[in-house]
Design a protein around this ligand. Structure first.
Ligand SMILES: *[C@@H]1O[C@H](CO)[C@@H](O)[C@H](O)[C@H]1NC(C)=O
Length: 314
């Protein structure tokens, strides 16, 4: 069944996402099954109806209300089992990446806004609930560094590339870093509408040792639940990343996410995919998966080499 809770709350079909960020729906959103997240008061001032990113047929001038060039958005999530991160019954947040409409992408767009102390920014600017949620659901691989370092990286690498989050797009008098606060709040709210673990479980797919899945069975299950096809990536045969794709109408601050099918496949093989439990005791894991995957930072710097590249090349 489709995402019934979200659909019922939003009065929509499929994802129930198409209007979830409209201000008037904030109260409905906060009733969702996961922790309610309050938002800071910042507003984009963009018109209620705008064309979705990547769907324009002629040039759009106001890039404060039209995301460009990064109008193909990926809400990426991790399923980390070695070491495990986050709750055993939830995927965790990787980020929200602004790919170009053709799936190439740019990164590290404004080093002058590579903020430190994201936790402090959130706390100071009305994002304490968002921060609390991030502390549970936006986890670094502990071997790679702290959660704060991961958040700083995601902001600097991807967040600074959003045209609609340029400081000049914000209301006059906005504090320094307000656009980063808006970014983290938006990522958390979008992630909360994408309960990958629950969707798979609803279709009878739960993590287990010794069971394998075809790519089609996983994507079909997720499409049944969400209405859309995500991209699945694996470390070897082990499922470890999902990308949910969107265009966005209006600003990242308060725009409307429009779900779309993944325009390209992830790295998982077509069959033999393992969906491993998170709750393995690390101390007795000597026999299994001795090879640790490359660190997140290493994966990221591969991307950096080209500056513009496609995720499918990684
Ligand atoms: C859409 O708008 C952007 C921003 O103005 C522009 O760069 C792009 O060429 C436009 N796309 C089309 C198909 O006109």
């Amino acid at each position: 069944m489709p995402s019934l809770l979200v659909s019922a709350l939003m009065g929509l079909t499929g994802f129930g996402l198409t209007s979830f960020m409209a201000p008037k729906l904030n109260s409905a959103f906060s009733q969702s099954a996961q922790s309610p997240v309050s938002t800071s008061d910042i507003a984009s001032g963009c018109p209620a109806t705008t064309i979705a990113s990547c769907r324009n047929s002629s040039a759009v001038n106001n890039l404060c209300c039209f995301e460009s060039p990064g109008g193909l958005l990926l809400q990426t999530q991790f399923w980390d089992t070695n070491p495990a991160t986050g709750p055993s019954d939830s995927w965790t947040i990787h980020g929200l990446w602004p790919d170009n409409c053709d799936s190439t992408f740019i990164e590290d767009c404004d080093p002058s806004r590579d903020y430190t102390d994201i936790a402090g920014l959130l706390t100071a600017q009305g994002g304490a609930d968002t921060l609390s949620y991030m502390n549970t659901y936006w986890k670094n691989d502990p071997d790679d560094g702290t959660d704060e370092e991961f958040w700083e990286h995601e902001w600097a690498t991807h967040g600074t590339c959003y045209s609609t989050l340029e400081p000049t797009c914000l209301p006059n008098g906005s504090p320094t870093g307000a656009e980063a606060v808006a970014f983290f709040e938006t990522v958390v709210k979008l992630f909360q509408t994408l309960p990958t673990y629950t969707w798979l479980a609803n279709q009878g797919i739960t993590p287990a040792e010794g069971t394998t899945h075809t790519l089609a069975s996983l994507t079909d299950a997720l499409k049944k639940e969400s209405g859309f096809v995500p991209a699945l990536s694996c470390e070897g045969k082990a499922l470890d990343t999902i990308s949910w794709y969107f265009n966005v109408e209006g600003s990242l601050i308060d725009g409307t996410f429009v779900p779309i099918d993944a325009p390209e496949k992830g790295t998982c093989p077509t069959s033999g995919i393992e969906y491993l439990p998170k709750d393995e005791d690390d101390t007795d894991s000597g026999a299994k998966t001795p090879k640790k995957r490359p660190s997140r930072r290493a994966k990221r710097s591969q991307k950096h080499k080209k500056g513009i590249a496609s995720h499918s090349e990684l």
